[in-house]
Design a protein around this ligand. Sequence first.
Ligand SMILES: *Cc1c(COP(=O)(O)O)cnc(C)c1O
Length: 896
Amino acid sequence: MKETAVTRHLPKRNIPLFRWSDDSVSVAHVKAIRRFTVRTVLPEPIAPLARLANNLRWSWHLPTRHLFESLHPVLWDKSRHDPVALLGAISGEEFRAMARDEDVVARVQTAAADLDRYLTEPRWYQSLNGDAPERIAYFSPEFGITEVLPQYSGGLGILAGDHLKSASDLGVPLVGVGLLYQAGYFKQSLSRDAWQQETYPVLDPDNLPLTLLREEDGTPVTVRLPLPHGRQLLAQIWRAEVGRVPLLLLDSNVPGNDDAARGITDRLYGGGGDHRLQQELLLGMGGVKALRAYARLTGTSAPEVFHTNEGHAGFLGIERIRELMAGQGLSWDEALAAGRASTVFTTHTPVAAGIDRFELAQIEHFFRAGLAPGVPVDRILDLGRENYDGGDPGKFNMAVMGLRLAQRANGVAKLHGEVSRGMFAGLWPGFEKSEVPIGSVTNGVHVPTWVDSSIGTLARDAFGPEAESLGRWDLAYNVPDETLWALRRELRGKLVADVRRRLRSSWKKRGAADAELGWTDGVLDPEILTIGFARRVPTYKRLTLMLRDPERLRRILLHPEHPVQLVIAGKSHPADDAGKKMIQDLVHFTDDPEVRHRIVFLPNYDIAMARTLFPGCDVWLNNPLRPLEACGTSGMKAAINGSLNLSVLDGWWDEMYDGENGWAIPTANNGASPEERDDIEAAALYELLETQVAPRFYGAALSTDAGAAGPSSADEDGLPTAWISMIKHTLAHLGPAVSADRMVKDYVSGLYTPAAVSGRDAAEDGYALAKDLAAYAERVRASWPGVHVEHVDSSGVSESPQIGDTLTVNSYVALDGLTPEEVRVTAAYGRAGHDDRIKDPRSVDLDPVEDLGGGRWLFRGTIPVDRSGAFGYTVRIFPRHEGLASNAELGLVVNA
Ligand SMILES: *Cc1c(COP(=O)(O)O)cnc(C)c1O
């Protein structure tokens, strides 16, 4: 029998043994100085198992998971549902027995054929025609794909993982770029006194679903960055397969590095200062080099679009400028214009403290070491300089650099787009906030990952397989109430069982003996309204808002007819003692024997916990300080499982709450002090729980409140029909809206395709357009101080204008040597407020009609008088060039 090796056989580096079988202490005490991964050898008939384990599609493809589970249910559980670990644990004898079992062989072959079809058949993207990019590179500091590859800390990473998965499902030719952290993010446990403890289990890449990128002769590919003092940073490149999407992860733990350099990728967001900066230099600059090596070795095309997911990866733009300057002979400005054209930047935080900033001197120190040979260091520093009102001139701001290196930028929800335009308005002085060129694409969640398998099964059984693949969420209305309610009870029951198990294990780690823990078997009740709250614990997310009035919370939990139970989880940043204190306060509350059966805190929130938690909760709670939640995605994951959201109108909920899909916690007016605000909002939360949420769940809500759908009391079968109709409405309306497929399609049409077109235009004919734009930008900047509107007059309307009249506007402008084609002169018009500001202005371009000599021109155009009441207009001048994507791009404007 021919046999295939599963894992590579490699001399090992000196790292501690990681034992997946031990939850708490993952580092063995005796260190091996050298170790080997003994390869598993698969008999040929079942050899495709190796491919199935190595492609992370199994993490969202239920039939493949079922196949692995069926091979060895006991080891499947022991290996924590990790196919690579499972294959490593099955003995050769067992494999040979499987290879003789026709049924197993047939199922393996079917699964492999299905994977091949998935990887090669045309999908949504292949049906697009026209300008969509041939390849897109997606850079992110973290990727949360599966608990088996723990390379994420929270929302940003999970989002990046979901982005790759939906891109794969849609056939979008994305390639991901990130870092491989030896320890990922920390594992959380609690001390006896409920203080967060962190451990950093060391991962062994050879036991992860990764393959090392190698040269044709078998040596690992390395990228190299020079460091100050003659040092260097080398990194090898691991490749994960996320369905159709390759993900390249750079790893500095290689023999050629000194100890400090080996430690650069030690842990996610490790250390501060130089450590963090070197991680980001490796991600951005090393990431582009890794992409080049990948393209060379696989014969695939180079990315046409680069997506910078949050500021951390921004140095990718510098490496591309370096390439363009060295390879194409472009000047800095030309290379910047060309690079910007094909770059997209997404900002993820409305919290100023959430943005990465370095000392300018630090950046200078590293670049002077020759990180980007031939690239002027002063210009690099200018990219991140906070040289605007309110900025700190000594700082280098990664988000600011991201915006300056990308022609297109976006926030991650409508409200977040608006907040971002305000936050970065200083970069575009003279422009209205609404004109700041930052748009928004609302985040989404990868449905096959986050929807509970029983919901998929229900949909398939009731409506056939097409219903699922077509995203027919509206069919939720056709599900009988009792079926839906039975499913919700089943999901709640699974959560209760999982909570009891986790709680017992947490208490044992806190030092309790089994004999003390009998009560954990009775924690939570599968028939009680269950509310979930799980997220990272920065202060603005207000983990402890619910404790504002502890007595009132106690009454809500213990209500005789309408009891409520709460499941809470979340990690605090290791350096954030305020967050740890919040966790401690909360856990102390939950430790009280009077309420501990109704409120629990579960340590170590991660993807595995989340997958049981979202479906099992009836209500998902979110109470951030508005508008500091950029988007939030956990509520979306809850929604696709039929739980209802109870949330402050922030992030995604601000745009998707419709009165029937959950509840909005009112926010206090601006002007309230933080303490008052917490009081007011906590009171509003309690009030909603007492008068709306709990009564409706138990089938006794009064039908007078707005938005109640259908009859509101329990029907004769005891079903809470009003609640059930809210679930159906939630599934039908939010299902398609919160899906990451919707998000990725929005990126493709709104950002990737326009960026690909701009990028191609900029590069055509030896970068003619980029060169022209660079020269133009220099000229227009020099001339701009002399550009102004000298005089404006209008004709065509009488003293008392009427709707339907048109107004001719004459604008006399000085252009200081610019030609009339090089500027856009516009009339902005609309309803004038009492302060003469024009509300929601519309605008028309005016045309040059007369050369008045001396660099002066007459521009003319007409505007319709199309509304009654106070009407006003003004004239504005912007730069104009076909390489610009918006009026605001160069930050230059003349307002008459
Ligand atoms: C979805 C998710 C998050 C992000 O949740 P937010 O609502 O954005 O705070 C964090 N961690 C895990 C494990 C998740 O699944």
